[in-house]
Design a protein around this ligand. Structure first.
Ligand code: SAM
Length: 274
């Protein structure tokens, strides 16, 4: 079998298992498992695969065909300027969450040495991005999942970034005041789960997905540690509702911003009033 034939066979296999972008995923999986670039797959398409190469390529393609997220099969994923380790211990960081970090950076502009808290850090995506992009910042991150925190710790070590990690519920005893508390809490409604792609509903941690009231509790709890901004990623159908909770709780300057697809996705507010 040549490289070109292997690429076609992997593409067909992934397509027959319902993978959304089978060609792209086949390219990424084969190039990674064979130590090639995606361009090499085409410039060397007539080259026969060695037996070792066939073995190396088979398992990643099988895993992706079982609808395991591409990020878990590859073992890493890009988020803003970072490459993060990714596996079943935590949610795959999403592009819309990059917009949450943009809002944090905008709100912290002019704060020399901001103290920031990321609640429910997962891979560490938000906290590590803030630590990297705001070199004067002190970053604290929490998660209720020991597994997720272990992955965040690995990412912090590999990237050489400093984030204090705390296991526990919401703010998990982190000492304020913080200039900014940010969170991408679980916000899928349990009834929505069956309609989600298998990559999400069968592979990503349920505790990272399903809303158990964390957003509402964080609007309340944030006030105990804030001297600045609360920034929340929210369900696209609930931005106005969450903004209302924040106003009712006494936050000021409450505003909603949209993700790159134009969906209302980020709610921010200030506590206490300036
Ligand atoms: C939607 S994921 C977000 C992960 C990461 N911040 C990101 O944006 O990719 C939500 C995270 O919150 C954590 N979590 C759920 N309930 C929590 C709670 N009560 N306190 C702290 N963390 C919680 C989950 O374990 C999960 O890692």
């Amino acid at each position: 079998m040549t490289l070109g034939e292997a690429l076609d066979a992997a593409t067909d296999y992934l397509a027959s298992h319902g993978v959304e972008r089978p060609r792209l995923d086949a390219e990424l999986l084969l190039s990674r498992s064979l130590g090639l670039t995606r361009l090499d797959l085409y410039t060397q398409h007539d080259r026969p695969l060695t037996a070792a190469e066939r073995d190396a390529a088979r398992e990643p393609v099988r895993r992706r065909g079982a609808r395991e997220p591409l990020a878990y099969v590859l073992g890493d994923w890009g988020f803003r300027r970072l490459t993060l380790r990714t596996d079943r211990r935590a949610l795959v960081p999403r592009p819309e969450t990059e917009v949450v970090v943009d809002r944090c950076l905008a709100l912290l502009a002019g704060v020399a040495e901001p103290r920031v808290l990321d609640v429910g850090t997962g891979t560490g995506a938000i906290a590590l991005s803030l630590a990297q992009e705001l070199p004067g910042a002190t970053a604290v991150a929490t998660d209720a999942s020991a597994d997720a925190l272990a992955l965040a710790r690995e990412n912090a070590e590999v990237l050489g970034l400093r984030v204090e990690l705390r296991e526990g519920d919401l703010i998990a005893g982190a000492a304020g005041p913080f200039d900014l508390v940010v969170s991408n809490p679980p916000y899928v409604e349990a009834a929505e789960l069956p309609a989600l792609e298998p990559e999400v509903r069968e592979w990503e941690p349920r505790a990272a997905l399903v809303d158990e009231g964390q957003t509402a509790r964080l609007v309340d709890a944030g006030r105990a540690v804030l001297d600045g901004w609360l920034v929340l990623e929210v369900h696209e159908g609930r931005a106005d509702e969450v903004a209302g909770w924040m106003r009712d709780a006494g936050y000021t300057d409450v505003a909603v911003s949209s993700d790159l697809a134009g969906r209302p996705r980020v709610v921010e507010g200030r506590w206490p009033a300036p």
